[in-house]
Design a protein around this ligand. Sequence first.
Ligand SMILES: Nc1ncnc2c1ncn2[C@@H]1O[C@H](COP(=O)(O)OP(=O)(O)O)[C@@H](O)[C@H]1O
Ligand SMILES: [Mg+2]
Length: 232
Amino acid sequence: MALLELRDVRAAYGTIEVIHGVDLEVGAGEVVALLGSNGGGKSTLMNVISGLHAPSTGTITFNGADVTTTSASARVKQGICAIPEGRGIFPNLTVRENLRLTTYAGVTAAQVEAIAYDRFPRLAERKNQLAGTMSGGEQQMLALARAFVVNPKLLILDELSMGLAPLIVEDLYSRVAALAAEGLALLVVEQFARTILPLATRAAIMAHGVITSVGTPQDIEAQLSASYLGSN
Ligand SMILES: Nc1ncnc2c1ncn2[C@@H]1O[C@H](COP(=O)(O)OP(=O)(O)O)[C@@H](O)[C@H]1O
Ligand SMILES: [Mg+2]
């Protein structure tokens, strides 16, 4: 049985439906890449999985339990950690304050900081700096540090690379690869297919609110047009 299972999930903003019946599975230890052009519904789908946006119909099963109506905070405790599009940090708080908000059962605020600084020494140097004044790459390190702290079963990343220079993206994805190597399941939305496909065990394409294709990374890469793949 899959770790995460979506069955016929639909979601809307007001009366406008933007997710039109999605089935998707992520197995334990799998790295699933979700690709597709802007407006296809990827971020909405990620928010439905993390519990930030309620689906209108359909079911979401995680680790054997139906979590369709479970709150986002309860889903974190069950092992779903999501780094939303646009970094998901508090720009007007310092690095340390941001980390201390990542409270988690059995982990003290001091331990949260220690785990984050061990993985990302740069954050220790910046601990008293306002998060919003750091570089984009450092802000994503801060966002990613949360995933190491809460030790999830499934990590959801939505456009981690947005607005970042290629070398920074490479560094961040090497951290992501390390998480995958530790056995964490990942669902990764990424604009740059060539960044994520080498890490993926499976890939899917989403367009106009439906998943149009699921296959091996090789199959999916072959289906994507050269223009969509971009230049990186
Ligand atoms: N907060 C919102 N209110 C209304 N419509 C939205 C909102 N967020 C996204 N949409 C619409 O939902 C559709 C899917 O968007 P989104 O999930 O952000 O796609 P993607 O992440 O693939 O770019 C788009 O048509 C978008 O305009
Ligand atoms: Mg998006």
